[in-house]
Design a protein around this ligand. Sequence first.
Ligand SMILES: [Zn+2]
Ligand SMILES: [Zn+2]
Length: 360
Amino acid sequence: MAPQKDYYQTLGVAETATTDEIKKAFRRLAKQHHPDRNPGNPQAAEKFKEINEAHDALSDPDKRKKYDTLRRYGAYAGAGRSPRGPTGGSSDNFSTDFDFSDLGSFGGLGDLFSSIFGRKGAEREDQDDTVETTLAVPFRVAALGGKLPVTLAIAEVCPTCSGSGAAPGATISTCPECKGRGTVSFGQGGFAVNRPCPMCRGKGKIPSQRCGTCQGSGEVRIEKQLLITVPPGTEDGTKVRLRGQGAKGKGDLLVEFKVEPDTFFRRDGLDVICVVPINVVQAALGTKIKVRTLDGRRVVLRIPPGTQPGKRFRIAGQGIEKNGRRGDQLVEVRVDIPEKLSPEEENALKSFAEKKGLKY
Ligand SMILES: [Zn+2]
Ligand SMILES: [Zn+2]
């Protein structure tokens, strides 16, 4: 088995370290060994690379679990440690926390390692250009559809250097770290894994002087104003993908709609429900009330005599329209009972009860 590095040792943390502890250790070491702080120091560059690898493998719980399994299995060169690691993880553990079916499609642990840690590079770069945001949508805009403005800080290609990271007039030389490839590989033997070069940030070239606008990163954050179209009948949690509206003009913008509750309406499928109060006399004698609809109009609704509390009336076609179907508006009546009565009113109510033979 080809040896692999001990990432825990690289970061100087215990095997039981929490993700937080790993992050802290990584930040401290990355600061210390960053190429910018150690110009012309190949050892620091190498160390920096190793720290990045270790952090990459241990900061993601899934990757870490797989790495732990491989590590226990002996697929690394632990300095003076037993192949199963100092905790003495038993082969029983091994079989319970690792799914052997994963191994089926790989030529061996070496290939498995590459496929866990190697192929992520390209995917992650694509994902980096995707910008995700949530957008609060008022209830009525979600129901009827509309457009909402949004301001986002989005990375764009630096206008000064067009993304090269070089100051105007700077000379460009091939990156000594990756020899112009833009990627570096780590590991030995069966573990040939590529990742973006930390020294040139994957560009393969290093300028004699960095661009002052973007500090060499090749990108700048700008505030971008967008008008987002909210389709009619949008439900809470719906996501839309806007191609090419993400970072650097090539990533996507992923917008999640958070539909805000309304004080009057609530939604049930394509129907909208509202509660309207009437008084006890209106309920008993019948009446006409005006009810607000989704589109802001007021329609007249006839309440028949003897209407009971909680009775629902349907206003056809005043619900949410989606995919050619249209829901209704359901009006639920609440019957308000007078809270205070004058002695005169009380007597009137008592004589009413006596005529009706009602107990009180
Ligand atoms: Zn620039
Ligand atoms: Zn490089």
